[in-house]
Design a protein around this ligand. Sequence first.
Ligand code: HEM
Length: 304
Amino acid sequence: TEFSTAFEDAVRLSSERFNLINPVFWKLKRALDIGSEKQLRLAVSHVRDFAQSIVREKRQELDKKSSLDTGDLLSRILSSGHVDESLVTDLVISFILAGRDTTSAALTWFFWLISCHSQVEEQIVREITENPEAPIYDEVKNMVYTHSSLCESMRLYPPVPWDTKEAAGDDVLPDGTVVKKGMRVTYHPYAMGRMESLWGSNWSEFLPERWLEKDKVTGKWSFVGRDSYTYPVFQAGPRICLGKDMAFLQMKRVVAGVLQRFRIVPAMEEGSQPVYISYLTSKMKGGFPVRIEERVIEQVSMSE
Ligand code: HEM
């Protein structure tokens, strides 16, 4: 819990730097070690200590073993010759940031959206219950409707709402915009997911069907992805998210596990709408209060 709080503080305080009119303010506070910058320094050091202890423990564990009989990522990184503890600690922190807050943000908005769209929830539950005993990989591969619903939910509520890059050298964008070395360019998945020119006049509707195509012969639905420049929720190009497939695997497993047995019912005041906020990754302001209800389902087939 302590680590979690420190991690959240570090993310919030560092992203709040971007909101200041002039970076001089935070730089001055950092130099004097006061206010939010002091809090940030303490939070970062807490996070680093924790990540470092994970690396040290793993290294000791590996030193005691003669062969690598564990498949976890950290063991593999350490056994592949990465000896710089500081670099490996950075990798651990990056993976926590990349893989923890993103999928949890995506699922929070997903569960809220399906709670307001009962027909979508019904379709997902049908898909899940259709093949409950299948092996993990096949089960997830066949969940095309759930996959589409997750893509659609992240179109409206992307876990990384905007992302800024700094030009390493002078450049000219395809539309002729000149970008000088050191200039910052921001792309905005939140805005792009809500553009009529990209998604049509029904862009504001939560419609998983926009990602699906029905085969005229078999009548089976298949997923139709959009190119990553139109849908840059995982970024695009050579630095596209490395964990994209893993993220979908995790999210679909969680959705299947939860919805198979439970209904997630918002426990908010009648008529109140959640507020989207962002500190590097998006959040629902104040969290998502829910009531968990046990689901009673009958086995139904998708073809019915
Ligand atoms: C819904 C879930 C996720 C979303 C929306 C997402 C989105 C993104 C985005 C936008 C970037 C680009 C960041 C930048 O360069 O500024 C990125 C990078 C990355 N993501 Fe994800 N991510 C998700 C889940 C994950 C998971 C589960 C992992 C792995 C555990 C992961 C690992 C990474 C890594 C390693 C990078 C850096 C890639 C590079 O710079 O070459 N992500 N992700």
